[in-house]
Design a protein around this ligand. Structure first.
Ligand code: ZN
Ligand code: ZN
Ligand code: FE
Length: 759
């Protein structure tokens, strides 16, 4: 196993390389460390357990004066280093394109705000050269104060002195500020009356949280809705007002010890929680957790994180209990990021507004990750990670703009050998989301000062992103198939090079395919030059199309119809009256608004409904997520039968056995677990069959379905056991938030091919 770590920061000339060398020697790891244009690159190889140690200790024990702004790491296939060496520095990499992400508050700044004698005592916008906002305050490059939203605040003499003193921690820190000269907090009521300001506002806000009120608090990349996470009443009220009845809410804890008391966390999860990016980490709740049940109803997991600005830190330190801190938006609209918007859109949700007068130049939601199979898998890659690039194993001969898909959308820019992926934009189905999308594209092009030579979109003619591409870039627009783009993104971030072929498992809810059906349970053989569909779920119909996405019982009925034919009308496992069943079966049979699909996501939905777990959903992939939660409670090792016929993965034998299990009153969680085990077996057996035929041994797992930890971990381990090299996502999400990377890669490769074939 190889671990590749790409660090951006002040890590040169501070004894960092000797430290890395010693650590690698001590753990018996092979590889190298080298200085590059923006920091250091480290690759180490050895036993997996030792690599985890290395990663954890690299963060924990590094020289005090070294500063890390971003640390991207991925576990990759071994490449055969001998010994450990400090390599010659390279200047490789474009320094011009260098915008830092928002960096969580450093220890020293947190010390400043808690030291009563310090002039920044309780000042919530304290930052220094090593920490503070970047991406969200930059208007344009170069990164100078006059080009940031700090330009309206002129430094007081004391701040100016620090700014100009080379020995100071705030030497040339662009957002440097203090209570005398910088931004300040104001607390408003719902009518827009200012109640108090500065320290008083913070103090009062905490008191209001304690009393059970919901506060809209302006942070780095937008507003959060904050409330007491231990009060069932309060959290329930938040859900009602936010129209978010069931989706889990993120919880911010005062410190790591508080998280340890309530959650079962592994060393890798602990590392993720305290990492410079400070993402929300999805971890396992203890049964004794004091969180209100409504925080993540029905879930064994919860998304938790630590304060990452002095403001959040001061609130939590005073409150001493966990708070819900969820992106302030209504339903699927983008996160609220300015005052006018906050009062207009949140006055029905928040009781009070804790705002400040530093403008947010670009929105940026919190990032979300989970640890699965020992890998940090992004669920949402945004604040802290953006706009750091993913390095790919080839070069863009012209800048490429990738437009993403539709759900969880992001866009990407390919420049040189890097892909810069935007912050989370969201689902493109409200006018506000589309407006944010337009702005994000313009913003990225402006920020990186490029004109794209090639633009890539999904093939779906109905996606806003595709239409946008056609409208704006029709003269240079390429389209790439959705599931192929998923697999390409997984290949690229895993450093696959040349004409290596992989078996691609692209499992998701929906994707447009050239044959007019909806794909989503696809096994491809793929290389950078093209792909072939070798297996897929056997097709079934979705009565009502999009309505079937919201109503898993429709997928369920269709699966029953495939299995039992007209007999499906007589089964009573679904909460549908007999004439409803007949009506839907009629739609399926006569092909009335019932598109054909091979979607794995809908199969999960359908099984969740057949087992009686959920028939209608209030958020995307809810049924599948709940099925996973249920399966976590079972140790069942068995699985269901399935068939493989002429490229079809036949699910009817499985459905039949599930019906038998239901009749035999097999516990629901055991059925859920057996279903998961079956999908793992499908992966392994189709992989075996492809390998026999082609000799391919790399297996890439991509698509939103692989956010399912059981499925991802079990498939990963099973594939490995049989001698495959499983490739999983570690730098971009497996869901459609990662698809722009694959699209960009498609353009890079096909452009290069075109170039090399020129005389
Ligand atoms: Zn700092
Ligand atoms: Zn000042
Ligand atoms: Fe997808």
């Amino acid at each position: 196993m190889r671990l590749k770590i790409d660090i951006t920061g002040l890590v040169q000339g501070v004894g960092f390389r000797p430290f890395v060398f010693k650590l690698a020697e001590e753990l018996g790891l092979r590889g190298y460390v080298l200085n590059n244009a923006t920091g250091v690159l480290v690759e180490v190889e050895g036993e997996e357990r030792k690599l985890y140690d290395f990663l954890v200790r690299l963060d924990r024990d590094r020289p005090d004066i070294s500063r890390i702004f971003s640390l991207r790491h991925a576990f990759l296939e071994e490449s055969g280093f001998s010994g450990f060496e400090i390599r010659e520095s390279t200047d490789k990499g474009d320094k011009r394109v260098f915008i830092l992400p928002d960096i969580s508050a450093c220890e020293e700044c947190l010390k400043d705000v808690t030291e009563p004698r310090d002039r920044r005592f309780l000042y919530p916008f304290t930052n220094c050269t090593n920490c503070g906002p970047r991406f969200t305050i930059i208007e344009r490059l170069p990164y100078d104060r006059k080009n940031t939203s700090m330009k309206n605040f002129s430094m007081c003499p004391a701040c100016k002195k620090e700014y100009h003193m080379e020995s100071d921690r705030r030497f040339h820190a662009q957002p440097v500020a203090c209570g005398a000269c910088g931004p300040w907090l104001s607390l408003y009521d719902r009518e827009g009356q200012v109640l108090c300001e500065k320290e008083e506002a913070l103090e009062k806000a905490v008191n209001l949280i304690r009393k059970g009120y919901i506060i809209a608090a302006k942070g780095i990349g937008g507003y959060h809705l904050i409330c007491d996470a231990t009060s069932e009443d309060t959290v329930r009220r938040l859900r009602q007002r936010k129209h978010r009845e069931e989706k889990p809410l993120a919880v911010m804890f005062p410190d790591l010890d508080a998280i340890r008391r309530e959650m079962n966390i592994t060393p890798m999860e602990e590392r993720a929680l305290t990492s410079i990016e400070r993402p929300v980490v999805i971890v396992r709740k203890k049964t004794s957790a004091s969180l209100a049940a409504s925080v993540s109803p029905g879930y064994r997991n919860a998304g938790v994180f630590l304060p990452y600005t002095p403001m959040h830190y001061l609130i939590l330190r005073k409150f001493k209990r966990p708070v819900v801190a969820t992106s302030a938006n209504i339903s699927d609209d983008p996160i609220v990021a300015d005052e006018a918007d906050a009062f207009a859109r949140l006055s029905g949700t928040a009781d009070y507004f804790l705002t400040h007068n530093r403008r947010i130049i670009r929105r940026c939601d919190d990032s979300v990750v989970r640890i699965a199979a020992g890998r940090q898998v992004p669920v949402r890659r945004s604040r802290g990670f953006v706009p750091m690039p993913v390095t790919v194993p080839f070069k863009f001969s012209t800048p490429v703009l990738a437009l993403g898909a539709y759900m969880n959308s992001t866009i990407a820019l390919g420049i040189d050998d890097r892909v810069f992926i935007s912050q989370h934009i969201g689902d493109l189905d409200t006018p506000l989301a589309m407006e944010f999308y337009d702005r994000a594209v313009e913003d990225f092009l402006g920020l990186f000062r490029v004109r794209p030579g090639v633009v890539v979109s999904d093939m779906h003619p109905g996606y806003y992103s595709t239409k946008y591409g056609q409208r704006r870039f029709h003269d240079r627009l390429f389209k790439v198939q959705h599931h192929y783009a998923h697999i390409l993104s997984c290949m690229a971030e895993n450093g696959i090079t040349g004409d290596t072929r992989v078996i691609g498992f692209a499992f998701d809810g929906t994707g447009y395919a050239p044959d007019g059906t909806i794909w989503g349970g696809e096994v491809l053989t793929a290389s950078y030059s093209g792909f072939k569909r070798v297996f897929h779920l056997s097709p079934y119909r979705l009565p009502g199309g999009d309505r079937a996405v919201r109503e898993p019982c429709r997928s369920a009925l269709s699966l029953l119809y495939e299995t039992l034919g007209d007999g499906a009308a007589e089964t009573d496992v679904l909460p549908l009256a007999r004439d409803e069943r007949l009506f839907l079966i009629n739609m399926i049979r006569k092909d009335i608004n019932s598109p054909v699909t091979t979607s794995m996501g809908r199969l999960f939905d359908g099984i969740a409904s057949i087992t009686g777990l959920r028939h209608r959903v209030s958020y995307h992939a809810q049924a599948a997520a709940e099925l996973e939660q249920l399966a976590l409670g079972s140790g069942e090792k068995g699985s269901y039968p399935f068939g493989i016929e002429k490229g079809n993965i036949v699910h009817t034998p499985m459905v039949r056995m599930i019906l038998d299990d239901l009749k035999a009153e097999t516990p629901q969680e055991d059925i859920a677990r057996k279903f998961h085990n079956t999908i793992v077996e499908i992966i392994v057996s189709t992989a075996e069959s492809v390998r026999k035929e082609t000799g391919i041994s790399h297996a890439a797992l991509s698509g939103g379905v692989f956010q399912n930890t059981i499925l991802m971990e079990d498939a990963f381990n099973a594939l490995r056991q049989r001698g495959f090299v499983p490739l999983v996502h570690q730098l971009v999400p497996p869901n459609d938030g990662g698809i722009a990377l694959g699209q960009a890669v498609f353009a890079a490769v096909h452009l290069n091919t075109a170039q090399s074939s020129l005389p």
